[in-house]
Design a protein around this ligand. Structure first.
Ligand SMILES: Nc1ncnc2c1ncn2[C@@H]1O[C@H](COP(=O)(O)OP(=O)(O)OP(=O)(O)O)[C@@H](O)[C@H]1O
Ligand SMILES: [Mg+2]
Length: 214
């Protein structure tokens, strides 16, 4: 029996309230309707252990932790996610759509916490080898817009307790990474109304698929 073609790995990135989960859900619905094999997952999380680590990372009662601890907990969850879900599903030919991935570590821990991109890149290389998302959709919104949307949901999580400057650093890092890797990254103006954002996401998706020969 021939090996199935490796699936594609697509991630959604952006600061809190940018619209990642909303847009991912809309795109997933389209793929499911088209009968595509789709796996929907998120970070931190995506496995039983990863979701427990997510709980720790977002728990406001834990308060401050060393930036290194935060980064390593996220990569611990990611190691599990890669081993149990992402790699096996890609090998089976599925589309893996993930709400945040390693770009978020560059943005939040590398830039936001000031750990620098080299340390994140070291862990990325160690755990992921050559594996990178095939497409990264960055939903870009001004920090005030994102936070206002996110905070309307209620109680702040541990990360949402950070100040505006933290999220400004994260936003800039996302945009910088998109500039560095223009072939794999797309920036979408997430401040538009929901329908306009969704139209932009679908257009990018269709263009990208065509370019891939799908
Ligand atoms: N384009 C939009 N215009 C107005 N409101 C939006 C838009 N997109 C999403 N929202 C709303 O903003 C809130 C945050 O959206 P969503 O949960 O998709 O963001 P997110 O990027 O996943 O945030 P988080 O990082 O906190 O998970 C939700 O209540 C959602 O309904
Ligand atoms: Mg979300």
């Amino acid at each position: 029996m021939s090996q199935p073609q490796r699936g594609r790995f697509v991630t959604f990135e952006g600061i809190e309230g940018a619209g990642k989960s909303t847009q991912m859900e809309l795109l997933v619905q389209r793929l499911v309707d088209a009968g595509e094999p789709v796996v929907v997952t998120r970070e931190p999380g995506g496995t039983a252990l990863g979701e427990k680590l997510r709980g720790l990372l977002l728990d406001p009662d834990i308060g401050q932790m060393a930036a290194e601890t935060e980064l390593l907990l996220i990569f611990a969850a990611r190691a599990e996610h890669l081993a149990q879900v992402i790699r096996p599903q890609l090998e089976q030919g599925a589309w893996v759509l993930c709400d945040r991935f390693t770009d978020a570590s560059f943005a939040y821990q590398g830039a936001g916490r000031g750990l620098g991109s080299e340390r994140v890149a070291t862990l990325e290389g160690w755990l992921q080898g050559e594996l990178r998302p095939d497409l990264v959709m960055i939903l870009d919104v001004p920090v005030e817009v994102g936070l206002q949307r996110a905070l309307a949901r209620g109680k702040r999580d541990r990360i949402e307790n950070e100040d505006v400057a933290f999220f400004e650093r994260a936003r800039s890092a996302y945009l910088e990474r998109a500039r560095c890797f223009p072939d794999r990254y797309r920036i979408i103006d997430g401040a538009q109304d929901l329908e306009s954002v969704s139209t932009a996401v679908v257009r990018i998706w269709d263009e990208w698929q065509q370019a891939q020969g799908h």
